[in-house]
Design a protein around this ligand. Structure first.
Ligand code: PLP
Length: 381
């Protein structure tokens, strides 16, 4: 089996696993305890927080550990929305309908169930939010702008620095979901100028079930998980020390090895994009042709059932993913693919190939050899 789905998740790096293991059975203290077991856990927590802060170029107190990327997105949106409405009467949330569901469904729920107002930002042909699009949408009573750093389904990278400037010129805090981006792009919050940023460990060779929300000093959030005073009062619950240690080590390695990891995957990506568009009739690249994640190739094929193609690829020994969810036998294209404006006969045939540290030229060659025939076969159904 050949794994070509690193955007869905990544295996835990051995070095990360080794860093985590002592915190399950030897140093298992609760970081809130006063005794030495607690002190040891607290010092591991402090070290992890500093390591993450080093990569993000921020202060340790601005790092909030959460249970996953989705929770970080939820805390950013709910926390900002409720705080800004309570203290300033602000009700608008500005985001895009091609965001990860952790953002878009949270925004929709805030609108439908909690009385907030939601504005979907216009997207360009590659699924990006431009600063013009944001400038047209800003208003005085906006609680938050949330735009993802890089799109998980189509790989497009958004101009985060410009967007943050545009939001700030109207005094609106800016959140970015960098969960998919952090494996390959610089997550320096000073350069990006963001107020809130979500990260998730398992997209960059860390463990699943642990995330971070960066919260710039002075940015107010209403906690969405109440209880003990952990994480500066923003996220109650005893911290998951082994996973937090793993997260920090994985992020440190991602930053340290960013250039070589990029240099490893990018030629594969470019080779796949070139060959697929050339060898397969009625195929199109989705997302931006250049300004995209270096490990990410995504396509639509006309008159192909994307889910069937994924199953055929799986039978042939390749793990890939598509942008459509099969809802009780009636396939619907994902919001991300739909938002690019493809007609249904194109939008249902989406395929995403994402590369990673264990990808080798033979994997790519085998994949490119088998794909055209499978697409043709899927078209026959
Ligand atoms: C994977 C992903 C998430 C969700 O992260 P989890 O840690 O799996 O909850 C959110 N946003 C983006 C862009 C992602 O790729």
């Amino acid at each position: 089996m050949i794994y070509l789905d690193y955007a869905a998740t990544t295996p835990v790096d051995k070095r990360v696993l080794n860093a985590m293991i002592p915190y399950f059975r030897e140093s298992y203290g609760n970081p809130s305890s006063i005794h030495r077991y607690g002190q040891k856990a607290e010092s591991a927590l402090d070290d992890a927080r500093e390591k993450v802060a080093d990569v993000l170029h921020c202060r340790p107190e601005e790092i909030i550990f959460t249970s996953c990327g989705s929770e970080s997105d939820n805390l950013a949106l709910r926390g900002s929305a409720f705080e800004k409405r309570k203290n300033f009467g602000k009700k608008w949330i500005l985001t895009a309908n091609n965001e990860h569901h952790a953002v878009s469904k949270t925004a929709t729920q805030l609108e439908k169930e909690y009385g907030f107002l939601l504005k979907w930002l216009d997207l360009d042909e590659h699924g990006a939010v431009t600063s013009d699009s944001l400038a047209r949408a800003v208003c005085n009573d906006a609680a938050l702008v949330s735009v993802m750093y890089a799109n998980n389904e189509i790989g497009t990278i958004n101009p985060i620095t410009e967007l943050a400037v545009t939001a700030h010129s109207s005094n609106i805090p800016f959140h970015t979901d960098a969960v998919q981006a952090a494996a390959y792009l610089d997550v320096n919050v000073e350069l990006l100028g963001v107020d809130l940023m979500s990260l998730g460990g398992h997209k960059f060779y860390g463990p699943k079930g642990v995330g971070v929300l960066y919260v710039r000093k002075g940015v107010g959030l209403m906690p969405h998980l109440t209880g003990g005073g952990q994480e500066f009062g923003l996220r109650a619950g005893t911290q998951n020390i082994p996973y937090i240690v793993g997260f920090a080590e994985a992020l440190r390695l991602a930053a340290e090895e960013r250039e070589e990891r990029t240099a490893h995957v990018k030629p594969f990506r470019d080779h796949i994009i070139g060959r697929v568009l050339e060898d397969i009739p009625d195929s199109k690249l989705t997302g931006h042709p250049e300004n995209r994640l270096p490990n990410h190739a995504s396509f639509v094929f006309k008159n192909v059932d994307g889910n069937l193609l994924i199953q055929m690829l799986d039978s042939a020994g390749f793990a890939c993913s598509s942008g459509s969810a099969c809802k009780t036998g009636n396939p619907e294209p994902s919001e991300v693919i739909s938002s690019l404006g493809y007609s249904r006969d194109w939008a249902l045939g989406s395929l995403r190939i994402t590369l990673g540290v264990d990808s080798i030229p033979e994997h790519v060659d085998l994949f490119l050899k088998i794909l055209p025939g499978l697409v043709q076969k899927a078209r026959g159904f």
